[in-house]
Design a protein around this ligand. Structure first.
Ligand code: MIG
Length: 816
């Protein structure tokens, strides 16, 4: 009794984040190994089920009762893993071992007095430990929470789409999808909810995913210095502890659990131009013509809500767009893909076919009294599809038929938090009834997954109607695992430097959270950027995964040419860079689709122990793949810029010149026409000549930039048809490229060629950098080459080859 009182006293003093009394699970009463891979802990006032899913992953469920029913999940895919072997060591410890390799995995130890669990993975100390408060359910059963120890030197990343600092140590975040119009760096929550974080400490890493669709929150040391906690508005908690030890391994495992981005169509990784809204038809055509006339590359144009007839989804305003089919055909002929907006709010109006069909098929969410729930959005009073219901998703999918027949290629789903103008808190009342897994579920449970289920319906519908072609869907709201269905953008940012600056940390943390295909509205949504700001944003966007310029109503035009010279030229140059980099970027998209490791990376993913990366002023440095480090200029009027590179050999991307980094920050010249980009030694960067859109065949050869390094890394250069699913049947080509330093020679090698596709491109120019003076000898497969060139400025040797065959080796002799 005494200890219990003390505990309650402690709990009262440290004021838990939600009102009400917490009931801790308390001391351990019984431990049972239930089967090959599950351990049940029964404590005085609560139970925990530990399911060892793989040697690196444990699912943890906390609730009052020791009987655990299966719980379906929107995020987690059906398991394909083989559970590990579990060995009990003494009374209070379990160790998992990979059944195939025998390598030890995570082990857990339970403190009998407090019931606290600690998780270890190979190292001497546990990587994660529960605080003595362990887990608790609130007395009214409406909230649960877990408390963990917060090590002094641990940092946290991820949490999905979040503004604010890069490292979330010291921050508290909430997950509740919100239409956060006009948000700032302190606004939380935003549009999407991914209750996942990646912890990095001394180069080692683990992840934690709280699979709670309800409102949830994480406090990473904002209330208490030595504790972090997380919880949800639910009487049970269901979370996953994922061990690395490296951060990329954690992301790989988290996305094995929740799924990965399908490979997007090639056109969707080109430059995209949007505005709220382009109309009428003549304006859309004019924009398209301007791009081609000014030779500014572009792949996609967007139609925002004004293309619709009175904001009725799946209709056209025939005054603004008298013949959409012909317009789109003409735009397709100019090699533009058209993406259109579709919102969830369906105008409640008899005679409007979507409303009529939906009523007929019982497809809309309801009030608790069984009447249709109505809320106000753009079209006026609206009803909302019940996307959690399979039949409704199927119906919703069929609605895209007309748009696809009109020639639309991609779809943009917005307002799906869902945003409701006259709803409480800007959304539906929490008791609105949805149907999920055949059961009636309140909005409080379905809120955070509403957008995700909408884009699931959209994606699956388009795929069913147009099976041979990859799908591009862009969404504002989503939940963990949403990367399986749609790309994301950071919503309504503003045309301020502050928003330019926060773009990178947002994209990086989102990438850590399993969503590799995301980006900000380039130029900012609300307001109008100055010429300099727009140019800086285009520079940054050129190397972010989603590269889309967008602006609101009543703002000045924001296309790359509007500010005249010299801005237009600089903007063009960086959009061209995007297209020159396509072979490299597309390879990284494929890597993200295969492994979940994002395209734009937190530098710590590549250099987990690199301390300076944690300094706030380096929060906008990002890596593109393993090899490029970009340090975009994000402040007004700057013409020099601080860069910090991990120790080792790097190259200036623009000049080709070497920079040996001692790990300290240095300043580089960064006038408006440049953005600092560095390449890591050991890289091979495949590039191509500028094209005006992704479908254009580049003139001239593939260009391989080779930067030899001591350690061998193989870059998997990926090619396929860019649009179909034939790659799933082996119709692709992966060429493994390496750049190493050997004794007295810099060596470029084709390590392997995989896939059924023949060479996609003919000739190829290999540029080997870091050659200080004209070399004596250059060989191709040991035969001495004639016709190579030496560039004294860039210090590189240029060799032309006819194709890339497996085993091909170019050796540039350096020194005697
Ligand atoms: O309340 O469709 O974030 O990108 O242009 C505004 C109009 C609704 C919000 C989106 C924005 C889009 C706008 N939408």
């Amino acid at each position: 009794m005494k200890t219990r009182l003390t505990c309650l006293f402690i709990l009262a003093v440290i004021s838990p984040p939600v009102d009400g009394q917490w009931i801790q699970r308390g001391a351990l009463k019984k431990v049972t190994q239930q089967n090959r891979s599950e351990v049940l802990l029964e404590c005085t006032r609560g139970s925990v089920l530990l399911s060892f899913l793989s040697p690196s992953m444990i699912r943890v469920r906390c609730q009052e009762s020791p009987v655990f029913a299966p719980v379906p999940s929107f995020a987690v895919l059906p398991a394909v893993r083989k559970p590990p072997l579990l060995a009990r060591q003494g009374d209070l410890s379990f160790e998992s071992t990979c059944s195939a390799t025998g390598i030890p995995g995570i082990s857990v130890t339970i403190n009998p007095r407090t019931g606290a669990i600690s998780y270890s993975g190979g190292a001497a100390h546990p990587f994660l430990e529960e605080d003595p408060r362990t887990s608790a359910v609130r007395a009214d059963g409406r909230a649960s929470r877990v408390w963990m120890k917060l090590p002094g030197d641990e940092h946290y990343f991820g949490f999905g789409e979040k503004s604010g600092p890069l490292s979330k140590r010291g921050c508290a975040v909430t997950h509740w999808n919100t239409d956060a119009y006009y948000y700032g760096s302190g606004t939380d929550p935003l549009y999407q909810s991914i209750p996942f974080f990646l912890a990095i400490r001394g180069g080692r890493s683990y992840g934690l995913f709280l699979d709670a669709p309800e409102r949830s929150s994480f406090d990473m040391g904002s209330q208490e210095r030595d504790t972090f906690s997380f919880g949800a508005a639910s009487s049970t908690l269901d979370y996953y502890v994922i061990h690395g030890p490296g951060p990329k391994e954690v992301i790989c495992r988290f996305t094995e659990l929740t799924g990965r981005m399908p490979l997007p169509p090639h056109w969707a990784i080109g430059y995209q131009q949007c505005r709220y809204s382009y109309f009428p038809e003549s304006r859309v055509r004019e924009i398209a013509r301007e791009f081609r006339k000014r030779r500014i590359p572009c792949d996609a144009l967007y139609l925002d809500i004004d293309y619709m007839d009175g904001f009725r989804c799946f209709t056209w305003d025939r005054e603004k767009f008298p013949d959409p089919k012909k317009m789109i055909r003409d735009l397709n002929d100019m090699d533009f893909s058209i993406v259109v907006m579709i919102d969830p709010g369906i105008k409640a109006e008899k005679g409007y076919f979507v409303y009529d069909q939906g009523v007929e098929g019982d497809h809309f969410v309801k009030n608790p009294d069984g009447t249709l729930y109505k809320g106000r959005v753009w079209p006026g009073d609206c009803v909302f599809p019940d996307f959690h219901r399979e039949a409704t998703r199927r119906w919703w999918g069929t609605l895209y038929k007309g748009l696809l027949e009109t020639g639309v290629r991609g779809v943009w789903n917005d307002m799906n938090e869902p945003s409701v103008f006259n709803g409480p808190g800007g959304t539906m009342p929490l008791d609105v009834v949805h149907r999920a897994w055949g059961k009636e579920m309140p909005h409080a449970y379905c809120h955070n997954t509403y957008g995700m289920q909408m884009v699931r319906a959209t994606r699956e519908g388009i795929l069913a109607l147009r099976p041979g072609e990859r799908v591009f869907v862009l969404t504002r709201a989503s939940y963990a695992g949403g990367q399986r269905f749609a790309a994301g953008w950071t919503g309504d940012n503003r045309s301020y430097y502050e928003h330019l600056e926060q773009s990178v940390p947002m994209v990086l943390n989102w990438g850590v959270s399993g969503q590799p295909f995301c980006g900000p509205d380039v130029g900012g949504f609300t307001g109008s950027p100055t010429p300099e700001l727009l140019t800086r944003w285009i520079q940054m966007g050129s190397l972010l995964p989603l590269f889309r310029n967008h602006t609101s109503k009543n703002t000045r035009d924001q296309e790359p040419w509007v500010h005249g010279k010299p801005y237009e030229d600089i903007n063009r140059r960086f959009i061209e860079l995007r297209y020159e980099m396509l072979p490299f970027l597309y390879s990284l998209f494929r890597e993200a689709a295969e492994t979940g490791v994002p395209v734009a990376r937190l530098p710590l993913l590549e250099f987990p122990g690199w301390e300076p990366a944690l300094k706030p002023y380096h929060a906008n440095q990002f890596m593109v793949g393993s090899d490029l480090l970009v340090s975009p200029v994000v402040r007004i009027g700057e013409t020099t810029w601080p860069v910090c590179l991990p120790e080792g050999k790097w190259f200036d991307f623009w000049t080709g010149l070497k920079r040996d980094s001692d790990g300290k920050r240095f300043k580089v010249d960064a006038p408006l026409e440049t953005m600092p980009v560095f390449v890591r030694a050991g890289a091979v960067i495949p590039m191509q000549a500028v094209v005006q859109h992704t479908g254009e065949k580049p003139e001239g050869a593939l260009i391989l930039r080779v930067y030899p390094g001591k350690e061998k890394r193989v870059f998997p250069f990926y090619e396929d048809d860019g649009i179909s699913y034939a790659y799933r049947k082996g119709e692709y080509r992966i060429t493994g490229l390496s750049a190493t330093l050997e004794k007295k020679a810099s060596v470029f090698r084709v390590e392997y060629v995989r896939g059924k596709l023949g060479p996609r491109r003919g000739a190829c120019v290999v540029k080997v950098f870091d050659i200080d003076r004209k070399p004596g000898r250059v060989t191709l497969n040991s035969r001495e080459l004639e016709g190579w060139k030496y560039d004294t400025h860039q210090k590189c040797v240029e060799v032309a080859v006819t194709s890339l065959e497996s085993g091909m080796t170019i050796r540039v002799q350096i020194g005697e």
